[in-house]
Design a protein around this ligand. Sequence first.
Ligand code: UD1
Ligand code: CA
Length: 468
Amino acid sequence: MNEPIKKKPRVDISIVILAAGQGKRMKSALPKVLQPIAGKPMLAHVLCAARALHPQKICVVYGHGGDQVRSTLVDADLAWAKQEPQLGTGHAVQQALPLLPTHGITLILYGDVPLIRAETLHALVEVAQQEKLAWLTMQVANPQGLGRILRGKDGKVRAIVEEKDANATEKNIAEINTGFLACPTALLAKWLPTLGNNNAQSEYYLTDILAMAVKEGLSVETLSPKDEWEVAGINSKDQLATLERIYQLETAKRLMVEGVTLADPARIDVRGEIVCGDGKNNDVFIDVNCIFEGKVTLGANVKIGANCILRNCTLGANTEVLPFSFIDDATIGNNARIGPYARLRPGTSLADDVHIGNFVEIKASEFGAGSKANHLTYIGDTTVGKNVNIGAGTITCNYDGAHKHRTVIEDNVHIGSDVQLVAPVTIGKGADIGAGTTVWKDVPPGGLTLNDKTQVNKPGWKRPTKKK
Ligand code: UD1
Ligand code: CA
């Protein structure tokens, strides 16, 4: 969702991502920050927003389940700081400090707040670059449980008080601490070691640095995110599902801005990247309940029927996928027609004008332009030429129990219904294969191939009947 910010930073940016919390309420063996949003660990979403800012350094503060987190998100540009025990957010940032450059600014993010916009973070960075403390706050309808922003009579921010330390008047404040802030690193390094834990939770609160900045006369500027969901944290499966829906709806809105027609923006799931149209006209139509995984590219005027799954595939212009089809790791040309109920497995490559119909499975095979397999067929490890017609019930017998073998079907071949092609085998150009034929030897071009079978008719035949 987050494109790289175009404007390059004027100072070095360090980013600290707090991710040491346990996430007990997830009731899961998977650490909280690895729980997926749109098919990707929530921490990976945070990293994506972080990287959009061109940082010098990214440091993840980890604790519980940390080894699994580290091994899932191995990346050369990441530094890791272990926080054990967990003594609060201030203590957490302190663990990262020795791994950061001493100059520039530091931005604090959260592994369990995945939908923060890079633009929002960029706005914080722009303020902190002017030797100020930049703090992200927000007016919310229900501030319960969150830190409140205390302001003086002049409206200037003075301090943050945690819910557990707040008095009744302070609890009525609707402006909350989102947790996100940017600060000159040298100041963080000066303030963090002076934090105390004399509070209701005996924790070292990161939030206490705000009052320190005010005391020292440093200018503190507060900013707000565009949307409340940007700063929504995840502690439960319920909140995970809520943010998943928000992410999906935002993706749907972006697609519609790009000209895609969605039958229902609430019934599409994009777990990866989807690119639609030819940059000018889009006219892609997507019916309800479709799932897109990995990288999917749809040409102009593509139509996707209801209940399709498309994973890592490219579809050319004007191609139509009819309902209940599953396309996995395949490339399809222009004006093709796939489905309903088609299954294209990895390594499928279909040229223009190909028709693949119901209950057809294709694996590791190429189809030339204009070729068709319209019903009940398995084509595996096969090269199909141009303008080939494959009849209903045709099967490539590509597996001998130990090895896979290839089938070659040359241009303009017509294969009748219920044919078995026992690989390795080649069908020459323009050949016709009669219905019900088992082909186990190469077929020369041009002629008709069939098995010599005898049909026996028995007049007066009586069907067996059940004994009463
Ligand atoms: C914190 C803020 C509060 C703010 C709220 C927003 C402090 C003292 N309070 O509340 O003002 O409204 O976030 O959600 O900062 N973490 C660690 N190590 C720790 C403690 C926390 O890494 O020792 C991480 C957690 O994994 C989590 C984040 O910091 O990602 C916030 O911790 P959490 O306990 O959820 O928030 P609070 O401290 O209650
Ligand atoms: Ca806490």
